[in-house]
Ligand binder design. Structure first.
Ligand code: GLU
Length: 460
């Protein structure tokens, strides 16, 4: 059997990290097994769906490298297909029209609640042998209800939650088409999963309650059910379900904040799946290790500090040329252009950065003027140190422009002036880099061009 998985987001809000994890696992499972990963946009809620939300889904997946093998397929473009299946089901007697009005349904619900029963449709319009149905009211367009099996249980072995069994008598006859003939959510999902030959449905556990209903529709259509894996919720830092309403950021914002796609994949992978104690791994290792047997059962909690730490580890491990090409993009957005020095700059600063934005901030000091703070200037660039700064400038004006020669010029200056290294290094850093904390001074200066260093030193 070839594995076929799908990600089926509803574009009703900007997709956040909790949602995109439901794309990561089916993608990884398809890649790990040589299967096919399909993207399906569930856009039938016309009022709440938007193109902007679709764009964030597509951009987010592109950024993270979760490339679909097929799709995006849009449910709104498949309406004719759903209607054809509905017509077939009607012809086979698998569905029936129900004329119960909203007012009647409300009254029924109130009666059931008063009797402490679970509110459910009572089967008034369900045809049975020997049963006389009420008279069809005039001018009312019916909904279509699915004839749920009576008696017995619906059961499946969920890859995350284990065996789940629901008594059919708990499920009433689901509305699968509205009075205007448009199909409803659970029905479209099943038709799509059948037509797309999905073998593994990996999705959020907010859909567990839909699964028994969907399984019954699969069976009525004479189809085998897929394997189900229902992923536990992702909680935000406050312990609430992650959602846009309580501040979750769109996935693409993490791109703009300077996270590496591989770090994000690593972090998200660990939010609900594990491989022993491994915390940091590459995309390829993840794909080598991923299976559905090590999915976590309990809700995972998002932790931004941990995400930054994971990103910092990936930054350190990323090759300088590759980092430079990403940092170049960040600089370009700021109207700055990098140059041939950028890989070396990335190599020198990557250890102290946790995002590409922080790395671009450092790189910026090589491509745009710096502005040391008044406090740092006052603290480090004192009258007492000016003679040393002037001596160093004079040496730097004529020495060979290599790290070794620059180191020698610094050394000679502190020896001659009888001062300690930090007394000279701090003011030079403040003037040249805008801050007193930088990597080794000779390495930093060597990456600048001579004129920039001399003119910045002059501002002291
Ligand atoms: N469209 C659903 C959602 O965004 C997912 C449906 C599914 O995966 O079956 O939550």
């Amino acid at each position: 059997m070839t594995v076929r998985t799908r990600f089926a987001p509803s574009p009703t809000g900007f997709i956040h990290l909790g949602n995109i994890r439901s794309a990561l696992y089916p993608w990884a499972y398809a890649r790990a097994t040589g299967g096919t990963f399909i993207l399906r946009i569930e856009d039938t809620d016309l009022e709440r769906s938007s193109q902007a939300a679709v764009d964030v889904i597509l951009e987010g997946m592109l950024w993270l490298g979760l490339d679909p093998d097929a799709g995006p397929f849009y449910q709104m473009q498949r309406m004719d297909r759903y209607k054809a299946v509905l017509a077939d089901m009607q012809a086979q007697g698998l569905v029936y029209p129900c004329y119960m009005s909203v007012a009647e349904l409300d009254a029924l619900r109130e009666k059931q609640m008063a009797a402490k029963e679970k509110p459910r449709y009572d089967g008034t319009w369900r045809p049975e042998p020997g049963k006389t149905l009420p008279l069809v009211p005039e001018g009312v367009r019916p909904v279509l209800r699915f004839k749920n099996p009576q008696g017995g249980v619906v059961a499946w072995d969920d890859k995350v939650k284990g065996r789940i069994e629901i008594a059919n008598d708990e499920l009433d006859d689901l509305v699968i088409a509205r009075p205007d003939g448009t199909p409803t959510y659970n029905f479209c999902v099943v038709v799509d999963d059948i037509d797309m030959a999905i073998t593994h449905v990996i999705r959020g556990d907010d859909h567990v309650n839909n699964t028994p209903r969907q399984i019954n529709i699969f069976r009525a259509l004479g189809k085998e059910i897929p394997v189900y894996a229902h992923l536990p919720t992702v909680l935000n830092e406050q312990g609430e379900k992650m959602s846009k309403r309580n501040g979750a950021k769109p996935v693409t914002q993490y791109r703009d904040e300077g996270y590496l796609p591989d770090a994000m994949v690593n972090y998200l992978a660990r939010l609900g799946w594990s491989h022993g104690d491994d915390e940091i791994f590459s995309r390829q290792q993840f794909l080598d290790w991923f299976n559905l047997d090590h999915l976590g059962r309990s809700a995972a909690q998002f932790d931004e500090a941990k995400l930054r730490w994971v990103n910092a580890q990936h930054l350190k491990a990323t090759d300088d040329e590759q980092l430079a090409s990403r940092v170049r993009d960040v600089l370009a957005k700021r109207g700055q252009a990098g140059d041939a020095r950028l890989p070396a700059i990335c190599g020198l600063f990557k250890d102290r950065c946790d995002t590409l934005v922080a790395l671009a901030d450092w790189a910026g000091a090589f491509y745009a003027p710096v502005e040391p703070s008044i406090e740092e200037r006052a603290m480090h660039v004192t009258d007492a140190i000016r003679p040393a700064l002037e001596m160093l400038s004079a040496k730097l004006a004529v020495c060979e422009w290599t790290r070794a020669a620059i180191a020698a010029a610094i050394k000679e200056t502190i020896t001659f002036q009888g001062i300690k290294m930090p007394q000279l290094a701090m003011p030079v850093r403040v003037l040249v880099m805008g801050t007193a904390q930088t990597p080794s001074l000779d390495a930093v200066l060597a990456l600048h061009d001579r004129q920039t260093v001399l003119s910045r030193l002059k501002t002291g």
